[in-house]
Design a protein around this ligand. Structure first.
Ligand code: PMP
Length: 377
């Protein structure tokens, strides 16, 4: 198998799974229980949280466990919106967000919030002047993803934060860091709230994090009985939490060396695919090398992906693709419907090998020529 869809999800690392298994076997108590099994489970959970908060240099109480980035994004955007309803009803997001952010915005509009979409420049960076002009006294939140999930555009969060706070010091800044964590260095100090997901960093599915600065109040989305966590009550998922501390530590090691290696693989693919007439590379100088997006001008992306699957090669597509919709990120960047209707995402990892890329390119050529001949003859 040649797996090139690491931005969709990653295989679970052996050590992460070991932490999960150990916690399941040896820490079966409910951390909310008063007896010693509960205390033991709570001890494990607290030490995992401490490792995570130390790693990000934030407070333990600023780490909230969720089921993944979709839930973190919901908790952040809806929680902030409802908590600040008296201060304002205006929210700004970029045009390069994950669909979950747009769905939440649609919901917030039904509650009377107004959403503005900040422009990006031709390289994909948020247009600072446009952002400045959009921020108003009633703007309560700006949400901009750290790394775009389709084209891999990396945003300068520190600079964006400065702009936001200069224009309106009360306006909060959230970033969806799902595609950034484990690929590039991230700092929660650049933002007020951040969303992350463990299954993108060789952790388990079903657990994510919301970082929330302790000064910030959110209206909870869930209600239940829990002394310690009023934002997400219920029994904490201790084994998932314990495994997350391991996943974060392992995934954030060696970032520079891994990136250098992945960049070489990315360049090799770009060099080869640039020779094809019907292929456009959707990349700018701000794309991180882990995510490589291309458009196939003549071939339907889902046809191509299934044909590659015959060779045991797994690629990603824009989720809207199969329903004939356009990639919103490619539209935002290149404003070209044909290009946005035919995208494929090749996502790489430090686990990818040069041999896999060589075999991928050989099979790509076979599949491409076969399908291209069918449509062009
Ligand atoms: N945000 C981004 C940028 C993502 O790439 C994804 C996953 N495709 C999500 C949010 C949703 O994450 P999860 O699957 O953990 O809900």
């Amino acid at each position: 198998m040649i797996y090139l869809d690491y931005s969709a999800t990653t295989p679970v690392s052996y050590d992460v799974l070991e932490s999960f298994n150990k916690a399941c076997k040896e820490y079966m108590g409910n951390p909310n229980s008063l007896h010693s099994l509960g205390v033991k489970a709570k001890g494990l959970m607290n030490s995992a949280t401490k490792q995570i908060s130390d790693q990000f240099n934030v407070l333990d109480s600023e780490i909230i466990y969720t089921s993944g980035a979709t839930e973190s994004n919901n908790m952040a955007l809806i929680g902030v919106a409802l908590a600040n309803i008296k201060k304002g009803n205006h929210i700004i997001v970029s045009k390069l967000e994950h669909p979950s952010i747009y769905k939440i915005c649609e919901y917030l509009e039904t509650l009377g919030f107004e959403i503005s979409y900040v422009n990006n420049n031709e390289e994909g960076l948020v247009d600072f002047d446009n952002l400045r002009s959009l921020i108003r006294p009633e703007t309560i939140l700006v949400s901009i993803c750290a790394v775009n999930s389709e084209i891999g555009i990396r945003q300068p969060l520190k600079m964006i934060r400065q702009i936001i706070k200069k224009e309106n010091s009360n306006c909060l800044f959230h970033s969806d860091m799902t595609q950034a964590l484990g690929k590039i260095p991230v700092s929660f100090h650049d933002v007020d709230l951040a969303s992350c997901s463990m299954h993108k960093i060789y952790g388990l599915k079903g657990i994510g994090i919301l970082y929330k600065n302790s000064r910030i109040q959110l209206v909870p989305l869930f209600h239940g009985s829990s002394k310690d966590n009023d934002l997400r009550p219920g029994t904490p998922a201790v084994p998932l939490i314990a495994s997350s501390a391991k996943a974060i530590r392992l995934a954030t090691q060696d970032l520079d060396r891994r990136e250098t290696f992945i960049k070489r693989l990315n360049e090799k693919i770009v060099k080869e695919l640039s020779n094809y007439d019907g292929i456009i590379i959707n990349q700018t100088k701000y794309s991180i090398p882990h995510i490589l997006n291309i458009s196939l001008v003549n071939i339907r992306p889902e046809t191509f992906i299934h044909a590659m699957e015959e060779y045991d090669i797994y690629l990603g597509t824009n989720t809207a693709c199969s329903s004939g919709e356009l990639s919103s990120s490619v539209m935002a960047l290149f404003n070209d419907k044909k290009r946005a209707a035919s995208t494929i995402r090749i996502s790489l990892s430090h686990l990818t090998t040069t041999d896999e890329i060589n075999r991928f390119l050989t099979n790509f050529k076979i599949v491409y020529n076969k399908l291209n001949d069918l449509v062009t003859k």
